[in-house]
Design a protein around this ligand. Structure first.
Ligand SMILES: [Zn+2]
Length: 401
């Protein structure tokens, strides 16, 4: 089974918004009560936490009757999950791993609420009925597939409301996407978003860079406003909206690009990058965040599975500096964009060379012929010149085949 989340925009009335926020406050209080009592009693498993929630019915009945009972239970669920992961990390630390313990904390606010099984139903395609809140207009811009399991209500920093449904789908729920068992190597970068082992290039849209001046202006605007003032609230809202816009642009690009790739290639090979370590780089961090490789690889992975394909992660070491023609190691500082092999005189774009190396490191499964196979076996000058041609730009346009 694969769990897929569908997110839809909600439009609660002013009164309903107030009610939901009140419920969030109750959830926060319950979270803090359960955390405190479980620490006092030293009980951390789910069933004990449920008992504490049930006791709230007698100790604070006003809380209990304001929120759907299962949504309250879910507060305990979340807490027991974070206890469990704390204990898991403690074990890892005992075995010598360098991880933070991350103990659950007391909260000052909670921004979402989950209905695990019941408490919601669709009235029609434009309205959803939620327990203790009534009918709320919803925009179903697509039809959720599979069996609906949970509903989460959430408000983002820009004050927009969303309903997220987690649905259970069979592992392979999409029709096979690519007719051929084709494989491709992919090298992600900053100058170019990605280079493919068939010499195609996907340009980096750099949404953050494009809006950076605007963000700086909005941030300055915010810091000039008096603390606690209405104007400060407004400025904060405008800033949040701009950040949201960049995020949406980025996600849109990532979704479109990953879907296009999955439709063409059954077997995708990428580098196994430790993004957390890369992000520590002082100059590149924001570019790496902007490119969101981690999200991209995650999308490729679950979309590949859904379409019957698979994603393979290979050793990332020396992919840029190894000549893909003769496997000799070359000196490749970051600013050198073209590889000229000192052994075999092979000339190739830096990123395409890396993509071909990544492609060649794949496991034996689904071995097929892509243009990259020709490139790697190429010693004839004709193919070398082919590599020097500017690759197909995939960016915002459609992938050409
Ligand atoms: Zn070489």
């Amino acid at each position: 089974m694969q769990i897929k989340a569908y997110k839809f925009r909600l439009y609660p009335s002013a009164l309903q918004q107030k009610q939901i926020i009140k419920q969030f406050v109750v959830c926060k209080e319950v979270h803090n009560i359960v955390l405190e009592q479980s620490l006092n009693a030293q009980v951390f498993n789910r069933r004990d936490l449920y008992t504490i929630v049930k006791d709230i019915k007698t100790t604070c009945p006003s809380y209990y009757y304001l929120v759907h009972s299962q949504a309250l239970q879910n507060v305990a669920d979340r807490l027991s999950k974070s206890f469990a992961s704390t204990f898991r990390r403690a074990k890892e630390r005992a075995n010598g791993a360098k991880v933070k313990l991350g103990f659950p904390r007391f909260k000052s606010h909670i921004r979402s609420m989950t209905y695990p099984q019941s408490g919601f139903r669709f009235v029609n395609e434009r309205k959803i009925s939620i327990s203790k809140l009534g009918n709320i207009p919803i925009v179903l811009h697509r039809i959720p597939k599979g069996t609906m399991k949970t509903l989460t209500i959430k408000r983002n920093a820009a004050g927009q409301w969303f309903a997220t449904f987690c649905c259970e789908l069979p592992e392979k729920h999409l029709a096979p996407l690519s007719p051929l068992d084709e494989a491709i190597g992919l090298d992600v970068g900053i100058n170019k978003f990605a280079a493919l082992s068939n010499t195609e290039i996907i340009q980096n849209p750099r949404y953050l860079m494009k809006s950076e001046q605007k963000l700086i202006r909005l941030q300055r605007n915010l810091s000039r406003k008096k603390k606690g003032s209405k104007n400060r609230l407004k400025a904060r809202f405008h800033l949040a909206l701009q950040h949201l816009k960049i995020r949406n642009q980025r996600y849109d690009f990532l979704h479109q690009t990953s879907t296009k790739l999955i439709r063409r290639y059954r077997h995708i090979v990428v580098e196994d990058l430790r993004i957390k370590n890369l992000v520590k780089h002082p100059n590149l961090a924001k570019h790496i965040h902007d490119a969101s490789w981690g999200n991209f690889v995650r999308m490729l992975s679950y979309k590949a599975v859904a379409g019957g394909g698979f994603l393979e992660q290979v050793d990332p070491r020396y992919t840029s500096s190894t000549c893909c023609n003769c496997l000799a190691r070359n000196k490749m500082p970051l600013n050198k964009r073209v590889l000229t092999c000192h052994v075999c005189d092979f000339v190739c774009d830096r990123d395409v060379n890396a993509a071909v190396n990544i492609f060649n490191r794949r496991a034996g499964r689904a071995r097929t012929h892509t243009p990259a196979d020709r490139v790697t076996s190429a010693s004839s000058p004709k193919l070398v010149s082919e590599l020097n041609e500017p690759g197909t730009i995939v960016g915002n346009t459609t992938l050409s085949s």
